[in-house]
Write a protein that binds this ligand. Structure first.
Ligand code: SF4
Length: 399
């Protein structure tokens, strides 16, 4: 297996951040690419949305402190939020603007906070994880620093015991309580903030899911600090002693920024031989990785074809025209109640009718078949279903 050469200096590897540690654990080669100067990650749709929403939040929170007493946040300032929003949206591609806008609005209409607090705080530890310092946002962590984190919102020790941390998430998933309690990112932030405030007995970590204005919290006590220190020192040790940085295919491949440099990816997409037999779990894992890489490649091909067809019109392929075509789609959801009334009117018991809460054609047909009433579909239901026009990227067979 081809592997990357180790970066010449360890300074390029450290300090570690949460994302770098996660990447190393998923695929050492991708980690090496991230940390080697030649390779820059390409921004994805999700990272563009996340960056824009985070920038809005940071500027909004910093703006709030400027309008009040030093370090004091106040419940809301709609005028400030509304003056910032157009500036943020101006830098976002138009298809993503609505998502960014609605998340920003969700945030400033729901988030209230009072007390001294600091937004987008850069914190770096020393090489043994025994102390941490605050950094100016444009300064690189000092040489020898082992961990670095940017905490979205830090509320220093207020009651003599607790430091509070907020991390804002812009994705679609709300983590379970268990995930929050063991989330490595929050563990790193808790570790850094407890090192920063030696008088704090505990760190309260909060994940704020901006899309839903929901929050999940957990507490890490100073007594747990030693275990966390050991855990992250062990990761650092593994990386220092890493002999090679091998590519390890996984679901990471489907969103990997470094596939062009990846020998495993290149080998897979040029593979002309038959699919090898699966003789062990290792073989199965490897094939699963190949499957994910090929899926990634397919997504990219489709994207390129879409872009071409958008500018140049449908592509004449041997299979037909491939491009954007309008089609009609039946909107069953718009007439759920009416369909249920028709079914009940045919004598089907109400208890059965209300079982089909999502009124798909299959669900309705199943019910009609069960009661031997299939003719009702054509006669009574189909005529009342409205149609919508939607544009789809597809191949239309030539006549
Ligand atoms: S494509 Fe997969 S195996 Fe290759 S670098 Fe990316 S994550 Fe690693």
């Amino acid at each position: 297996m081809s592997v990357a050469t180790k970066p010449k200096t360890l300074e390029r590897i450290f300090p570690l951040s949460f994302s770098a540690i996660t990447l190393y654990q998923r695929c050492p080669f991708a980690f090496w690419c991230l940390r080697s100067e030649k390779h820059r990650p390409r921004p994805s749709k999700y990272s563009i949305i996340g960056t824009a929403v985070h920038e809005f939040i940071a500027r909004y929170l910093v703006g709030l402190t400027d309008t009040g007493a030093e370090g004091q946040f106040f419940p809301t300032d709609f005028a400030l939020a509304e003056s910032l929003l157009p500036q943020i949206l101006a830098g976002v591609p138009s298809p993503l603007r609505e998502d960014v806008r609605s998340q920003c609005v969700n945030f400033y209409t729901a988030f209230t906070l009072e007390g001294p607090a600091y937004a987008e705080v850069h914190v770096a530890s020393d090489d043994k994880l025994t102390k941490a310092i605050l950094l100016d946002s444009d300064l690189y962590p000092p040489e020898g620093s082992l961990l670095h984190g940017v905490i979205d919102l830090l509320i220093p020790v207020l009651d003599g015991a607790t430091v509070r941390i907020f991390d804002f998430k812009t994705g679609h998933r709300i983590y379970s309580q268990k995930e929050v309690e063991s989330h490595p990112q929050l563990q790193i932030y808790a570790l850094l903030s407890l090192l920063l405030y030696p008088q704090a007995e505990k760190a309260e970590i909060n994940i704020w899911f901006v899309r839903y204005s929901a929050v999940r919290s957990a507490v890490i006590y100073r007594g747990e600090l030693e275990d966390l220190r050991k855990q992250f020192l062990a990761v650092a040790d593994r990386i220092i002693n890493e002999k090679e940085f091998p590519p390890i295919p996984s679901s990471q491949c489907s969103r990997c920024d470094f596939y062009e440099e990846c020998p495993e990816y290149q080998r897979t997409i040029r593979l002309e031989t038959a699919i090898p037999p699966i003789l062990s779990e290792e073989d199965a894992i490897r094939l699963d990785g190949e499957y994910r890489m090929l899926k990634h490649r397919l997504k990219q091909i489709e994207e390129a074809l879409r872009n071409y067809a958008e500018t140049n019109g449908p592509i004449e392929t041997p299979d037909g025209k491939r491009g954007f075509f309008e089609e009609e789609r039946k909107d069953y959801g718009a007439v759920t109640r009416e369909i249920c009334e028709i079914l009940a009117g045919e004598g089907i018991p109400k208890s059965s009718v209300w079982q089909i809460l999502t009124t798909s054609k299959t669900a309705v047909m199943d019910l009609l078949r069960k009661f031997k009433l299939t003719g009702v579909w054509k006669e009574k239901i189909e005529p009342i279903i409205p149609t919508q026009k939607v544009t789809k990227f597809k191949t239309v067979k030539s006549k």
